[in-house]
Design a protein around this ligand. Structure first.
Ligand code: SF4
Length: 437
């Protein structure tokens, strides 16, 4: 009987890719991937350890799966990902039901763990290089899009962020390896390649000695097949004219950019060590909108950073009001050990942080509803993602990144990856409704 493995992926798409790589190794080694921990011999929680809420969610998940060990059937509980990398001692002491730990460095060790039998195994070395599909392909998912992790780790050292201490220095993947993975996904019906990393603008600076994102996109654009490319996690400090040029190049790159800004007050941007100024950010956005037709921007804001005053927050609110960034995520500051901001004693009260998140999200929701309403009656090209039941499918506009920007409920039965011209019939703040034309 081939052993059965269940994987629960938590956190960001970069961690999900690691989970798919581990699944790829297990599948190739003859393991059967199952959708329920009850049927599994090996239960893997691929954790997130970025901020407090994510850590709590990961621990909840570990405890929930640990309960399956009480079923009397021998089950092995394996904790992987950022929380394992960062807190293995604490987890081991606090949750004795955990059998093995695997950090983010060498995912292949999942095979050593499943073939190790008894005795706790721990693999949490530092990340030295990114995974390579030359070794194993991530399992394919029945989706119209695929995350293409082009690098891992980060050297930007933002004062609130624990990623550099968890995932280590920036590491780019060789271009050929990324192109091979892209070919693999395209051959499995993927129509959208979503480029991810901690900061995609610095791709290649380590491996090729210079920023090479435009070159990588060139290489991907020459692959056979009908697909588009979406750039996520582009730090504004690294967004050069060359990268903007790629958005204009006629290559299959969507006029969409995920540009995490975090804040707009110069005092807070400097305290966060973001290496950009409010003027620089505003000029960049105006340049993007002036030069790229149909440009759509996504960003994330971090409110409640230590020392943030109501006037700092007012600046952020006014900025979003004026620049109306189309897609927005808002997060509250979470004190993280080992980060520069952790020791600060000018903390913002949790209630104030919650109020500021609400205020900003209400503005964003209002703006998004107005924007979506303006689409009613227009005909848009949609990419079909998956069935939604009752003779409908979930689809997306090219201005909607998967899993974060809302989607379109489209009448009719269409295969995933199909491009459909559809008339928008109704709108909500984030989702839309459409019928094919
Ligand atoms: S760019 Fe800043 S926030 Fe993003 S992963 Fe790097 S250090 Fe963290």
């Amino acid at each position: 009987m081939s052993p059965k493995a269940f994987i629960r992926n938590l956190g960001c798409p970069k961690n999900e890719v690691d989970g798919d790589i581990m699944a790829g190794y297990l599948q190739r080694a003859g393991c059967k991937l199952v959708a329920s921990p009850a049927r599994a011999d090996f239960m893997i929680v691929n954790t997130c350890g970025f901020v407090r809420e994510a850590k709590e969610e990961s621990i909840q998940e570990i405890l929930e799966l640990a309960r399956y060990k009480e079923s009397g059937c021998p089950k092995v509980l394996i904790v992987t990902g950022c929380l394992a990398q960062r807190y293995k001692e604490e987890l081991s002491a606090g949750i004795p039901e955990i059998d093995h730990f695997l950090g983010i460095a060498d995912l292949k060790n999942i095979l050593n763990i499943v073939s190790s039998g008894n005795g706790k195994r721990t693999f949490t070395g530092r990340l030295t290089k990114c995974y390579q599909v030359a070794d194993v392909y991530p399992v394919s998912r029945p989706r119209s899009f695929a995350y293409l992790k082009i690098s891992d780790g980060c050297d930007n050292m933002c004062s609130y962020c624990a990623i550099p201490q968890i995932r280590g220095h920036h590491r780019s993947r060789p271009m050929k390896d990324i192109a091979d993975e892209a070919k693999h996904h395209i051959s499995h019906g993927v129509r959208e390649l979503v480029l991810i990393g901690q900061d995609t603008t610095v791709y290649g600076s380590d491996l090729y000695g210079k920023q090479s994102l435009p070159l990588l996109i060139d290489k991907l654009s020459n692959l056979d097949g009908r697909f588009s490319i979406r750039i996520m996690y582009a730090h504004p400090k690294g967004l050069t004219d060359k990268i903007i040029g790629v958005l204009l190049s006629g290559k299959p790159v969507l006029p969409y950019l995920d540009l995490p800004l975090q804040h707009i007050s110069d005092r807070i941007l400097s305290a966060m060590n973001r290496k950009v100024t409010s003027t620089g950010i505003k000029d960049l956005i105006m340049k993007l909108r002036a030069s790229v037709p149909g440009m759509m921007l996504r960003t994330t804001y971090l409110v409640g950073y230590p020392g943030e005053t109501s006037s700092d927050f007012e600046k952020l609110l006014r900025f979003q009001e004026e620049f109306d960034i189309e897609r927005v995520g808002v997060f509250g500051y979470s004190p993280e050990e080992g980060t520069k901001a952790y020791g600060s004693n000018v903390r913002v009260r949790a209630s104030t942080i919650a109020r500021r998140i609400d205020t900003l999200m209400s503005l964003v929701q209002e703006q998004s509803l107005r924007r979506n309403h303006a689409l009613i009656g227009t005909v848009e090209k949609l990419l079909v993602d998956c069935p939604a039941g009752e003779g409908k499918v979930w689809a997306r506009l090219s201005s909607q990144a998967p899993e974060v920007d809302g989607h379109v409920l489209l009448q009719g039965k269409f295969r995933r990856g199909t491009a459909v011209d559809a008339r928008i019939t109704d709108a909500e703040a984030y989702d839309l409704y459409a019928e094919p034309v």
